[in-house]
Ligand binder design. Structure first.
Ligand SMILES: NC(=O)c1ccc[n+]([C@@H]2O[C@H](COP(=O)([O-])OP(=O)(O)OC[C@H]3O[C@@H](n4cnc5c(N)ncnc54)[C@H](OP(=O)(O)O)[C@@H]3O)[C@@H](O)[C@H]2O)c1
Length: 345
């Protein structure tokens, strides 16, 4: 069973399960919305597995119970991933935390469930790139929890931290099913349904190709990982018997400028991609006026600060390897061009 099955990340996971001949119970908010689930139906038609859709909402207790019946493995991926919110408690924290409770309390009631894989995030480990510099050894690891996000500062990161803590709390009170969390950094790569995703991952690519950063990009430290690798990590977390605990799922330590310049050789002639770094002092001056998330605190803690995470646990225990960054960036960009979402000169 997969919650939020139509999402950017979950769609690749569902495709992988279907290609492997598995029956997937896809829990979505609106199973009648063809625009949101048509790509999953198409994936099932071309695969040996089968898909069944269920109507579920994170804010309704018991809403995932029917979809869970008969399933041994539950993937809980659904959670709002947006930075454009007016009321962070209502729009981010409540669906993330209450949704996790709802899904996991249902796992307590459905006898068939043996393992739950929760899509957490590196955001449950850190808020700003400076947190990785300040971490022991200058590197984020699975031992670290985010202590710097709050309802007022980076509430998405706060929602992921509280939701993952809730998951471990519920898991700790029973012993029929075990919990594994996948903690991806920024996920990029081709979208299976690029026209109908609200994921910030796709928005960032649109910003890069649409000219928002043509004067330059902030050298803001982040980790990135390919969406197809994230699906693979979820798959392994579900099926490797000894998988346990949290798994940082990060392919490359990079920054926004490098993400843009990686695209230059193939797309630099046609698209207004960033070619140079924006100076920090300039960002401090104009950043807060251009984007409400670009506060001085955020700029101070992220721009010209390297990001560093240790991805050895997932490599050693689940046998993960990660695609080259160029492949991720080019494949992601090409889908947006092919679908007419990004238009060149
Ligand atoms: N993309 C990244 O860079 C990244 C990095 C780390 C972790 N993650 C995590 O990965 C997961 C998937 O994110 P994504 O990037 O794939 O974003 P996405 O495409 O926006 O997917 C989010 C999913 O959650 C569902 N959802 C949101 N609110 C809901 C509610 N109240 N009830 C039921 N379903 C609800 C959405 O359903 P609708 O389509 O109906 O809105 C959608 O299926 C999230 O847990 C996110 O925190 C993402």
């Amino acid at each position: 069973m997969v919650t939020g099955a139509n999402g950017y990340v979950a769609s690749w996971l569902v495709k992988k399960l279907l290609d492997d001949g598995i029956t997937v119970h896809a829990a979505v908010r609106n199973p009648d919305n063809e625009k949101k689930i048509g790509h999953l139906k198409a994936a099932a038609e071309n695969a040996p597995g089968a898909i069944k859709f269920f109507k579920s909402d994170l804010m309704q207790p018991g809403s995932y119970k029917e979809a869970m019946q008969g399933c041994e493995l539950v993937y809980h991926t659904a959670s709002p991933f947006t930075t454009d919110v007016k009321d962070p408690q209502k729009e981010l924290i409540d669906p993330a935390v209450n949704g996790t409770s709802n899904v996991l309390e249902s796992a307590n009631e459905v006898e068939s469930v043996k393992r739950v894989v929760v899509t957490s995030s590196c955001a449950a480990i850190y808020t700003d790139a400076i947190d990785s510099v300040n971490a022991p050894g200058g590197q984020l690891t699975e031992k670290i929890w985010n202590t710097t996000a709050s309802l007022k500062y980076q509430p998405y990161s706060y929602s992921k931290t509280l939701a993952e803590k809730k998951a471990w709390e519920i898991e700790g009170k029973q012993n029929r099913w075990d919990l594994v969390t996948i903690n991806p950094c920024l996920v990029l790569g081709p979208a299976l349904n690029p026209h109908n995703t609200t994921s910030e991952s796709v928005n960032i690519l649109k910003m890069l190709g649409g000219g928002d950063m043509k004067m330059g990009a902030p050298k803001m430290g982040v980790g990135i990982v390919d969406v197809r690798d994230v699906a693979d990590a979820h798959y392994k977390a579900g099926f490797v018997p000894n998988a346990h605990g949290r798994y940082i799922t990060a392919g490359h330590n990079t920054d926004f400028l490098e993400m843009g310049t990686t695209l230059l050789p193939k797309y630099g002639q046609q698209f207004p991609l960033p070619k140079k770094a924006l100076p920090k002092w300039l960002l401090m001056l104009v950043g807060p006026m251009t984007n409400k998330l670009f506060t001085r605190k955020f700029i101070r803690n992220n721009v010209n600060i390297p990001w560093n995470a240790d991805n050895s646990k997932i490599k050693n225990e689940l046998g993960m390897s990660f695609r080259p960054m160029r492949e991720t960036m080019e494949d992601a960009f090409q889908v947006l061009i092919d679908e007419g979402i990004l238009k060149g000169k």
